[in-house]
Design a protein around this ligand. Structure first.
Ligand code: FAD
Length: 169
């Protein structure tokens, strides 16, 4: 776990929970709020990365099939409320909703995974704001690059492309 970064002898020291690590260049691919906290001592503009809103996701994998009671209808599944529920309550809630919308019934074995603050949401003008922040980071923290889903796209191909580019430049 990275706790801080600091300039040292023309390069950087990355302070981690395992101890310090000297590096000539650093690529930060952490969530936007973490990146903001790591860089803002040297680059105040990076604090605006904290303003990027993240959505959370709940994934339910059903292991045992549900029975169908009625003809299928279009499902409406989800809602922010689920994030605050325990796993059993999420499954109960979901079964009730699947019953209402698709006529499904049963007590499935299911696995629930909650991904808090998983997906950055891009407001209008996002790319322009990111270009400004990247420019500031380049000027104020030479040798440090910041990248990841919050910058230029959250799909895996985009993250890989951004990571490669950050490592090259
Ligand atoms: C449920 C779900 C399903 C998805 N499915 C798809 C899909 O099918 N296809 C697709 O293209 N995309 C998918 N995505 C989106 C994609 O997975 C993400 O947008 C992408 O993984 C983001 O990559 P990232 O490297 O920017 O961030 P992350 O993958 O979030 O990586 C950030 C890393 O930083 C680490 N970190 C945080 N703080 C610190 C610290 N202080 N020090 C050190 N490390 C730290 C975290 O532990 C994490 O490993 C999915 C996302 C979710 C949540």
């Amino acid at each position: 776990m990275v706790k801080s970064i600091r300039p040292h002898a023309g390069g950087w020291v990355v302070d981690t929970s395992g101890g310090p690590c000297a590096a000539s260049r650093v690529v930060l691919a952490t969530p936007a709020s973490v990146t903001a906290d790591l860089i803002k001592p040297f680059c105040p503009a990076a604090a605006t990365l904290r303003e990027i809103v993240y959505s959370s996701v709940v994934v339910v994998i059903e292991v045992e099939s549900l029975r169908q009671r009625h003809p299928r209808r279009t499902p409406r599944i989800g809602g922010p409320r689920r994030l605050s529920l325990g796993h059993r309550a999420i499954i109960t809630d979901l079964i009730a909703e699947l019953g209402d919308t698709m006529g499904l019934d049963g007590d499935p074995i299911a696995r629930v995974t909650q991904w808090r603050d998983a997906l950055p949401q891009f407001a209008p003008g996002h790319l322009d704001r990111m270009a400004e922040i990247e420019g500031e980071i380049t000027v104020r923290t030479a040798g440090v690059k910041a990248t990841g889903a919050a910058f230029r796209g959250l799909g895996l191909p985009s993250c890989l492309r951004q990571g490669r580019q950050a490592a090259r430049t």
